[in-house]
Design a protein around this ligand. Structure first.
Ligand code: NDP
Ligand code: 8X3
Length: 258
């Protein structure tokens, strides 16, 4: 097993859900963490709850949609933080659930700018250093939505299909280097995801998980941790994980209806 003790791990979207769970798992294993999100206060709160033995933290208030902010955040990292070993491209969101012909164009742009362009900006800024140091791992958060489009999921599903293509393309383009690429593609995970999708409608968001046992953010973080701790010659390209109560993007076993 590859130890991540003292490895530098950059997690985007660490202020909530899967990103925060990754921070907990990696801190517990002694990695040094760069935690990025727009809500800096949330990152401070998270750090207070983490109990990693020798873990150090560097917090970045960062909107991944802002190309120059991403470039500057990475290029101005203090020297002790600049050699990123693992990049977890987790920041992402869905906005709305509407038929394409009725869709909100601002919602589309937010998803495309965050889930595709933000992920690309980070990857473009971080991977050259990994190549020159001869060491690194990029983990992208895809989704079952990148494999199967569901009704009214149109643009969100398209962004995750793009993440799938980007992960495959990056793996091809890094061939000949030791840098690894993994796409972790979950089904239903209970986080703030649905509340964000429904623009803060908590009641509607709760119904998404009604009558099922969804994945937890910790379940996904465990899988990510497994992927990055394989021996250096092993690359896990893609993992699809879903709850036992889910069989596809649209087929969910609900024991009771909301
Ligand atoms: P959460 O809403 O709980 O967390 C999303 C995180 O992304 C937050 O920390 C948020 O931080 C961050 N984020 C959003 N926009 C930006 C931005 N412009 N710049 C920087 N950070 C941003 O959702 P999840 O934990 O569920 O989502 C994490 C990833 O997992 C996403 O890519 C999502 O698509 C994917 N996923 C989720 C599934 C689910 O069912 N929950 C299933 C499959 C994949 P802040 O607002 O502070 O900036
Ligand atoms: C999040 C899972 O199925 O709601 O990517 O799109 S789903």
């Amino acid at each position: 097993m590859f130890s991540i003790q003292n490895q530098i791990v950059l997690i985007t979207g660490a202020s909530s859900g899967i990103g925060a769970a990754c921070a907990r798992v990696f801190a517990g294993a002694g990695a040094n963490l760069i935690l990025a999100a727009r809500r800096l206060e949330r990152l401070h709160q998270l750090v207070e709850t983490l109990d990693g033995k020798s873990t150090q933290f560097h917090l970045l208030q960062l909107d991944v949609r802002d190309r120059s902010a991403v470039e500057s955040a990475i290029s101005t990292l203090p020297p002790s933080w600049s050699n990123i070993d693992i990049l977890i491209n987790n920041a992402g969101l869905s906005r709305g659930l509407a038929k394409l012909q009725e869709g909100n164009i601002q919602d589309w742009e937010e998803m495309i700018d965050t889930n595709i362009k933000g992920l690309l900006y980070l990857t473009r800024s971080v991977t050259p250093g990994m190549i020159s140091r001869g060491h690194g791992h990029v983990v992208n958060l895809g989704s079952i939505a990148g494999h199967q489009t569901y009704p009214s999921g149109n643009v969100y599903c398209a962004t995750k299909a793009a993440v799938k293509a980007i992960s495959e393309g990056l793996k091809q383009d890094l061939l000949g280097t030791p840098v690894r690429v993994t796409s972790v593609d979950p089904g239903m995970v209970e986080t703030e995801f649905s509340e964000v999708r429904f623009h803060g409608d908590a009641e509607r968001a709760k119904k998404v998980y009604h009558g099922v046992t969804p994945l937890t953010p910790d379940d996904v973080a465990d899988v990510i941790f497994f992927c990055v701790t394989r021996p250096p010659h092993v690359n896990i390209n893609e993992v699809i994980l879903m709850p036992v109560d889910q069989a596809s993007a649209t087929l969910v076993n609900r024991r009771s209806e909301p």
